[in-house]
Design a protein around this ligand. Structure first.
Ligand code: NCD
Length: 522
């Protein structure tokens, strides 16, 4: 197979490059038009027609549209469709999802799993763990398509949303102005917008939600990093009180099932501020269109039913597009489409080990490094710990370094003035000749900015400044703090926690992508 999409996993929108997303939209456009025009010749080109390819639907959370559109898309392809019955499976005997999938993957020549899970990052984990397993067994890699993971992402919803916006904009990708309205905190479909909107060259996003259910900061930050113009409003009334109103509105329902008791008590008030009212109609331009991933709440919908038969209703056509985009997604990861694709293929980013920098050691005869009152003759001194922090924070950091590196040997430490009213921490370790590579990584990840000084015969012969390692994994004691992450120890999946450097002071979990300050991962 020469398709660059064969065997790929789609855990997040970014698992397809922008060129690959555009390819998906172009192919969907062709397929949809051919189905509408009855052009059988072209339609047949899309069909996989290989009963030995298995498509597994594994929905551990409820679903109507995502599941049914994938089911119908798989039926179109005449592949082996399996609807995994979660109730009555060995999940009730506490089998891990990792073990379950390892078994299912052996039942077909090639497998595509569509999963909806409460646990965030499940597809990313399975891509890795089942990939190791299929490699050992000589089976082709399985694909894992995320049909919504907790409140993390919903990439295939995003693809159908963007496809629908492009249809409205007559395929013009130069600019989009969009309002996101509703539960932006828990709604995974709006989180996926951060990357999905990158198919447009210029993006304006208006976030319309009361503070309690507003877009999490790290997504807003990423929107800024992508160059989007972002504005925030506390509700529809405030939004309509100003002039620049978006022609595309994307509503979401309040995700009550993901709210804690405190928020549930406020649900009515929160819902009211993001529910469209008749009186707002006068402020809406006639070309405006409303979208919604659905479902709408039967009794308290944010898009009330009096809007159903108005030109604002774009959500019904949007929902149908899920069938077409998912037909193409299955064909892509099955390797049936993509031979002629010429754009940029998504690549795994590199993680160069660039976090240890040698700096010039001062040629002073007597460095002021001591153990107790004695100067360090030979050993290692960790200096400049927690520079510019308060003494309290520096003591905490010293404690952490000692604990993480297991420094239970003869040594001393302290907090000192670091010049110009600042403070710094120091740990002196006499007779320690070197740190192992994983210890250096731990030091960089727990105290970035500190220096590692090698002292010989009373002189500093080498000095290194530590940065944050780009990738932290396989170290004892690191865990993701998101309880809904597949790697969280409470779920007992055999996942090795892994963190990727996202900014100068931040790591994100490889699986759920939740940001962590560098001190938090230990
Ligand atoms: C969404 C979901 O599950 O995240 N629904 C869908 O897939 N169409 C939105 C929601 O449940 O509110």
């Amino acid at each position: 197979m020469s398709s660059p999409f064969a065997g790929r996993t789609i855990q997040v929108v970014r698992d397809l490059s922008v060129d690959e997303q555009v390819y998906l939209y172009d192919q969907t456009r062709l397929l949809k038009a051919s189905l509408r025009d009855g052009d059988r010749r072209i339609v047949e080109r899309f069909r996989i027609d290989r009963p030995e390819i298995g498509v597994y639907l594994l929905f551990l959370e409820d679903s109507t549209r995502t599941k049914e559109s994938f089911r119908n898309a798989a039926k179109f392809h005449r592949v082996k469709l399996n609807d995994f019955a979660v109730a009555g499976s060995s999940f009730s005997k506490k089998e891990s999802i990792t073990d379950t999938i390892k078994m299912l993957v052996g039942y077909s020549d090639q497998s595509i799993f569509v999963l909806r899970t409460r646990l965030e990052g499940t597809c990313r984990w399975l891509e890795h763990s089942v990939g190791v397993y299929t490699g050992k067994q000589g089976l082709p890699s399985a694909s894992f398509i995320n049909g919504g993971d907790g409140r993390h992402e919903h990439p295939t919803q995003e693809f159908l949303d963007e496809f629908s916006f492009l249809e409205q904009l007559s395929w013009d990708r130069s600019h989009i102005h969009l309002a996101l309205v509703g539960d932006l905190f828990h709604g995974r479909t709006v989180h996926s917008k951060v990357d999905g909107l990158q198919v447009f060259h210029e993006v304006e996003v208006d976030l319309v939600a009361p503070q309690e259910i507003s877009m999490p900061d790290h997504y807003v930050q990423r929107m800024h990093e992508c160059g989007y113009a972002v504005r925030t409003f506390s509700g529809i009334a405030e939004y309509l009180a100003q002039k620049r109103v978006a022609p595309i509105w994307y509503f979401t329902r309040l995700q009550l099932e993901r709210m804690g008791d405190q928020l549930l008590d406020k649900a009515d008030r929160l819902r009211e501020s993001v529910t469209f009212r008749k009186s707002f109609l006068a402020s809406i331009d006639e070309h405006t269109r409303f979208y919604h991933p659905l479902p709408r709440h039967q009794i308290t919908p944010t898009i009330p039913s009096f809007l159903d038969d108005t030109p604002l209703n774009a959500w019904e056509l949007q929902s149908m597009n899920g069938y077409y985009t998912r037909m193409v997604e299955i064909a892509m990861v099955a390797g049936h489409l993509g031979d002629e694709f010429e754009g940029t293929v998504r690549r795994e980013p590199d993680y160069p080990d660039d976090f240890v920098h040698e700096v010039e050691a001062l040629r002073r005869s007597k460095p002021d490094y001591k153990v107790g009152i004695k100067p360090v003759q030979n050993g290692i001194v960790i200096d400049h710990i927690g520079r510019d922090s308060s003494p309290r924070e520096i003591w905490d950091q010293i404690d952490k370094i000692r604990r993480i590196l297991g420094l239970d040997r003869i040594s001393s430490h302290g907090v000192y003035t670091g010049g110009e009213g600042s403070h710094k921490g120091m740990i002196s370790l006499p007779d320690l000749i070197e740190l192992a590579e994983h210890e250096i990584k731990m030091l960089g990840a727990s105290a970035p900015g500190c220096t590692l000084n090698i002292v010989k015969d009373g002189r500093v012969v080498r000095k290194y400044r530590m940065g944050m390692p780009p990738r932290v994994y396989n170290l004892p004691g690191i865990t993701c703090k998101n309880e809904d992450c597949i790697s969280h120890p409470s779920h007992h999946e055999p996942v090795t926690p892994e963190f990727l450097r996202a900014a100068l002071d931040r790591y994100t979990c490889k699986y759920c992508e939740r940001p962590h300050a560098f001190g938090e991962i230990w």
